[in-house]
Design a protein around this ligand. Structure first.
Ligand SMILES: Nc1nc2c(ncn2[C@@H]2O[C@H](COP(=O)(O)OP(=O)(O)OP(=O)(O)O)[C@@H](O)[C@H]2O)c(=O)[nH]1
Ligand SMILES: [Mg+2]
Length: 300
């Protein structure tokens, strides 16, 4: 008797949730690559990031999305819209909930709007929550919507991810793989570079500065020695933010550039020369061109 070949499967699984739930950490951990930036601050992710995962005969197209919150600025509206579009385009939604924050109004609103979609509940950060708290929380959340399955994981230390991955592989619809199996993402290197700079800005500045900042890669030059020369512009919304970002004698922007360069070199596995220009541009977060540079649809 010949063994039957396993069925080829492929589908999109969108990770959605409130800001700071650990969506990007989960994407990076499952793909084993740093595709999305992660910081302790909410609203870090601004656009959809695809991670391509192969497990057995299944290709899992994991989509990290911006956190869903009540948007004010045009940028915020575009971010939240990108998250919902991610959920709507997916075969399966993973609703990621920060188990320590619990059932917040934000989570409640997201769960209600997901109604009718095929959704799995994933409780994250179980490493920092006392076990006895998890069951009542799970019961409460399951009262909001009918989730097909529930998982308890730690994206930070990997607990529970093996089970989630196996279930994802089984849960993808049958069909041919849509991307080359060796690809990790569809994100262009120029965008990854800009994101790594923005990550350092989120980590090294505070209050409204990270939220008043966007980064765009301006030039990307391959050099004969195998290295790459990257120039990026950091836009800030206000003069005060520019001063903070540059810092005493230029120290802050040098530190941001140095760390981002290291990260980019690691990701690209080659030498990187990175140059940053800081420019004031009031109202960039209401500007269609700036949003489109991030790959966001302009909500108008
Ligand atoms: N203890 C613990 N911390 C976690 C876990 N997962 C993520 N974090 C932390 O939570 C913070 C937010 O993580 P992100 O992955 O950026 O969260 P996000 O949901 O992508 O956030 P936004 O992009 O802002 O919506 C970071 O400081 C992470 O290190 C976890 O399983 N356990
Ligand atoms: Mg994120």
């Amino acid at each position: 008797m010949s063994e039957q070949a396993p069925v080829s499967r492929c589908g999109f699984a969108a990770i959605v949730g409130a800001p700071n739930a650990g969506k990007s950490t989960l994407l990076n951990r499952l793909t084993g690559a740093k595709l999305a930036i992660v910081t302790p601050k909410a609203q870090t992710t601004r656009f959809r990031v695809l991670g391509i995962l192969v497990r057995g005969a299944a290709q899992i197209l994991l989509v990290d999305t911006p956190g869903i919150f009540r948007p004010r600025r045009r940028l915020d509206r575009a971010m939240v819209r990108a998250a919902w579009t991610g959920a709507e385009d997916a075969d399966l939604v993973l609703l990621l909930v920060d188990a320590r924050a619990g059932l917040t109004d934000e989570v409640r609103a997201i769960a209600e709007r997901l109604g009718g979609r095929r959704t799995w509940l994933v409780l994250n950060k179980v490493d920092i929550v006392a076990r006895p708290k998890l069951l009542p929380l799970t019961a409460e959340l399951n009262g909001l919507a009918s989730f097909e399955q529930t998982f308890m994981v730690s994206a930070a230390n990997g607990d529970g991810l093996e089970g989630l991955l196996e279930a994802l592989a089984q849960g993808m619809p049958p069909g041919p793989h849509l991307y080359p199996d060796d690809d990790l993402t569809d994100l262009p290197d120029r965008l990854l570079a800009a994101e790594l700079v923005r990550e350092q800005i989120f980590l090294q500045t505070h209050e409204e500065v990270p939220y008043g900042t966007t980064v765009e890669t301006e030039t990307w030059q391959e050099r004969p020695d195998g290295s790459v020369r990257v120039e990026a512009t950091v836009y800030v919304a206000r003069p005060g933010q520019k001063a903070i970002l540059i810092g005493e004698g230029g120290k802050r922007i040098r530190d941001i550039g140095a760390r981002a360069r290291q990260e980019l070199a690691r990701l690209l596995e080659r030498k990187v020369h990175l140059f940053l220009n800081v420019r004031e541009r009031a109202g960039w977060d209401e500007e269609g061109a700036r949003l489109r540079a991030l790959g966001l649809d302009d909500p108008g």
